[in-house]
Ligand binder design. Sequence first.
Ligand SMILES: Nc1nc2c(ncn2[C@@H]2O[C@H](COP(=O)(O)OP(=O)(O)OP(=O)(O)O)[C@@H](O)[C@H]2O)c(=O)[nH]1
Ligand SMILES: [Mg+2]
Ligand SMILES: [Zn+2]
Ligand SMILES: [Zn+2]
Length: 514
Amino acid sequence: MISYILSNGYIIAIQLGLVFGLIHFAWSLNVLRTGIPLYTPQDYYQERLKSYRIGPDNIGPDRVWPAYAIRQAAMDRAEVKGNLKRLVAKLWKWPADTFFKGRHGPRWAWWILLFPVPASVLLFTGAAFLTSWFSYWVYWAVIFAFQFTDKTVIASVRVHLRGREEKRRVSMYTDAACMNCLHVTPWPAYHCLNPNCDLPHHQLQPSILGTFTRHCECGTAFPALPSRAAFQLKATCRRCKGVLPQGAGAVRDIRVPVFGDTSAGKTRFLYASLNSLVAEAERASIPVAFLDDSSRNAAELGLKLIRAGHDTSKTPESGCPPISLQLRKGHDRDFIHLFDAAGEQYSNARYFDDLRFLEDGQALVYVLDPFSIDAVRDQVTGSNPAVLAAAHVAEHNAEIAYGEVVNRLRGAGISLHSQRLAVVVSKADLLHAAGIGVATRSDAIAKWLIEMGLYNLVTAAGREFRDVTFFTVASLDTATSQGHDPGLPLRWLLAAHGVKVPGGAAALSAASSK
Ligand SMILES: Nc1nc2c(ncn2[C@@H]2O[C@H](COP(=O)(O)OP(=O)(O)OP(=O)(O)O)[C@@H](O)[C@H]2O)c(=O)[nH]1
Ligand SMILES: [Mg+2]
Ligand SMILES: [Zn+2]
Ligand SMILES: [Zn+2]
């Protein structure tokens, strides 16, 4: 009977011990809720700083909560282990003192007279010891698996996501242009969603600082993918810290430098092509908005001038800011920047820095005044001096501005094979007025230019650029452009860079067919 009671008692002690071990382990986990050391954004920042090369723009590593598996998981595990050790030592203290060290009466009395007591207590503590440490090792294995997965599977997911973002950036031409300082950056700085924090994140990419979501130093979460974050966060220029339009770094950003000789018709072409684009967009109900006040004011003035048929004024040598606009709204929007400069700036080294936009453009427009070609001028001089006077003929040889720009791009290490060029023969209305037949198809225009003596220019452009199309343009209001729509070159360049251009698809393919 006694032995039956005892053996049942022992079994109950073991069972209680097993349950208590679990509680013990759960209790040791409790330490995670209270003052444990944290691997903070500041710790990460200081650590990264040692191997980080801060550039001239003074941009350091981002201050973000690193992913749990990176460091915090191991710190938590060590903390749980230490806590469990302490708890186990506490549990063992009395039995060890009593039954092994004899601190609470003689040991023989416990072991001989009261044997069931030490036996049950030790069975209880032993079972508790086993389950608590077993639970800890299960926890250890879970954390290890988590860390291992982070280092392998999740790390490759991050690499994949970064690659996808990079591919998207290149194929969609999403490098963001700052309208303030004209700096072009692959990834702008994105600011924390929390307006009280507003911390700039300069390296927003899937990384150990967050695969899909990032937690800013202030705790605010936002997407780690630029293609998503760009529509939620404020973006700023890395160089001048100016605010960029929403979507910068995630939407198409096409920069169109318009270059050519003095009085070639660049400024007039720029506004006439813009006028045509805006008219087509209106017809197709596509919203067009200007991205800053200076663009809006200049465009309003220029469009008014073109629509009224007035003369454009000469661009000052101090240059003029670009016209930046947005086609469409939402995630589908495209940014377009049109750059103009005075013809003199292309042949004067003093203006080298002002023309940096040439190096950042993907879609170039070379405006060529046909009346600056000797053979054309000779045809007109005697028969039609009034037309020649109206043409305000460009001063230099037609090929000089082209050569200067190409040399500059080469000097800057830019591959012309990655760029598209629209060669725009301007003043087509005046050619008509002078009785000169004007072609409208690219190949026919190129042939005509060769006949007029521009063999070198035509063949060099075809060889040097990725894609060249020739246009004859009358930079007038669309209704009066006599089939020489000034909007076609711009629409061709934009379409070639993936912009869904409004209207004129048939005219576009007819004009650019070779
Ligand atoms: N009729 C007609 N006149 C044009 C055309 N293109 C330009 N012009 C005139 O030619 C002159 C020079 O044109 P601009 O566009 O100002 O020339 P630009 O290339 O900007 O010259 P700079 O600013 O000095 O470098 C102006 O009087 C224009 O009105 C055109 O297609 N048709
Ligand atoms: Mg001009
Ligand atoms: Zn923040
Ligand atoms: Zn800037």
